[in-house]
Design a protein around this ligand. Sequence first.
Ligand code: AMO
Length: 458
Amino acid sequence: MFLDIEKHNETGITIDNCKVGDSVTVSGMIHNVRVTKWGGFIVLRKSRGLLQAVVSNDTSRFFDEQGQEIHMNDLCREMAITIVGTVGEAKIKDPAAFYNTIEIAVAEVRVLSRPTTADVVDMNALKFGDEETLLRYKFDNRQVTLRNPRDMAILKVQSTIAKAFADFLTENGFTQIYTPKIVSEGAEGGANVFRMDYFGKQVYLAQSPQFYKQIGVGVYERVFEIAPAYRAEKHATSRHLNEYISLDVEMGFIKGQEDVMLLEAALLRHIIATVAERCGHELNLLGATMPKLPNEVPAWKLSEVHEILFENKLCEADHRGEDDLAPEEERAICKYALEKYGSDFVFVTHFPSEHRAFYAMDDPEDPTLTLSFDLLMRGLEITSGGQRIHKEADYREKMLRRGMNPDAFRFYLDTFRNGMPPHGGFAIGLERITACFLGINNVKECSMFPRDINRVAP
Ligand code: AMO
């Protein structure tokens, strides 16, 4: 047999390029069926969303998998079917449907396959008393509840964000890399590292690709990666996952961390424009408004944020002198930046050295601080980044000061021994940025199969 690629690429009339009056053949899953006196409706689910087909008792016919004629009453949700029919203008423009300007007048329905349970998971009626029960049901039955248009829309926007991220960086001279997730040392420190047995030796799941993306700068100057990162978070929260997708960037020959922050702002502007252009239906369905990113993005030192909030009496407590941002401060400074500067984003810089990972470059003007930043969006941290140390001696000195054993990081330090340019980068949590774009409270809803302390299946 030969597979004819040219033939495969031939495009005919499809549901995506048809006009009123065209005959079409369209396959999909039955999302809903409604029988009426005169016929009824089949709501078909396609990759982008719902399409309505109208059945007439006089002209529509139905066939099962064996080609035997059946009745519309024999159709049920989650059957895979093919509809042959004629494209008409939609009588009701249902905003919940993706194809809401057209409908199909059904000539024929052919059943391709059917669910084997009569009790198909009910994803159209996710009506529960409280959010916790709803989420548990959703995640317990995730393989099916993902078919709910709302969940489809969330992950569609997410995939658009990731694609826009990759496209922008590729256009700007970055090379995509793929780095190991089984590693000999955690890059970020702290207790939230997963240990694992590797043929009798203890290894770890990568908390981030930090070491490897820095190594990538020595090779390609500018690199990015889209890959899972692992954090053993011991509490179930609305902002933490044990496995999340990290959008990582690292670039060489920077003059300072501002270069990295400017790149991130330009990248975000591209992502926002792409999502607005390509995901209008999904944004509507989810009632989301796109974030505001002005030309001049607020960027304040941590100490300045404490001061601004105190002076303007925007927090209950006085956080001045604290070495991190309190959650109420994250929310308050974002609200302030939006009201005063029209920005949904705020960079916070100069975090204390002891609160940042060892690879962060200390500020030459005040070595107790680092040239590092967080980016907050709508009250949530979506990014950490900064300038990195690029000299081997500086690494050794900082590691020893912190009681770390430089020999455990030999391959990493070898990179700097062999020469590295000044560099820096950042990482965006994909689930977090998706949640912030869409106004979703729990990042787990932005993960196809979320992992937390209580869940590793489905
Ligand atoms: P950090 O540890 O701050 O920095 O992580 C970067 C971003 O990743 C996301 N994130 C998470 N998302 C969901 N669940 C989690 N448990 C979780 N942990 C982190 C957040 C966070 O802002 N190597 C540095 C980045 C860098 O400097 O380039 C790092 O990993 O959105």
